[in-house]
Design a protein around this ligand. Sequence first.
Ligand code: SF4
Length: 294
Amino acid sequence: MHEKEVKTILSPSNGMNLYRGCLHGCIYCDARSKCYNMQHDFEDIEIKSNAISLLEQALIHKRNRGMIGTGAMSDPYIPIEKNLEHTRKSLELIERYGYGVAIQTKSDLILRDLDLLDRINRKTKCVVQITMTTYDDELCKRIEPNVCVTSRRAEVLRIMRDHGIPTIVWMTPILPFINDTEENIRGLLSYCVEASVYGILLWNMGVTLREGDREYFYQQLDKHFPGLKEQYIKTYGNQYEVVSSKNRDLMQIVRETCKKHQIVNNVDALFRYMKEFEEKDKMEQMSLFDLFPL
Ligand code: SF4
């Protein structure tokens, strides 16, 4: 790992990545793609050394408070976070200055910060997003080798439910010939239903592959699933979007389950929800004022 001073930490849409690169080793990781122009090895994590002070300045000076998003390009709970606590320090600032947060991870290390997530959610809004792709934990260990298995992530979801923290499951990517089965999808859905998740986010039953990401994926297929690389090449060539032949039927299962259990499944609605800022204290004050006008 190495450190780097950066000029800004929040994107114009309030997105934040405290680290660059990731250690979780997912075989399909899009963040490895060449188009992101990473100047170092993906596993040589870049720590944005001034991130916390930059974030504090940004939060103080923003005209309007809102939701801060993190976890899109690097998991905020990679193993080095355990000692560095950059994510924890960011959450402390988010809480102190009255912002909300939408945070995405695959790691149960997020439970360390449950106290902060809970406080943020009581004041404003905290949305925890957990990615789950593979119901079978043994298969999960091959696909996402350096992070806790899906059954543990499901436990995290249930703990969030018990604290009243809304959750969204990213059920993506689904890899053709590997986990695009009805059994897998129904298993993942059962975890979501049990944890009363707010939403399930996915576009289709597939994965995207492009330069950088594709090469790594094929290497890992050769290592863990001999013969599958050839099948991918034969079926999909160099396509960016690689969609399972079972897409229609599996998506139908997802839609029906979501409808039955009142889980939001519309991608646009879910992104809107994660951006919508709420001030619960203010809402409580307003309702008191409405009840007892001066
Ligand atoms: S957790 Fe996310 S960023 Fe990290 S390797 Fe997996 S897909 Fe990539």
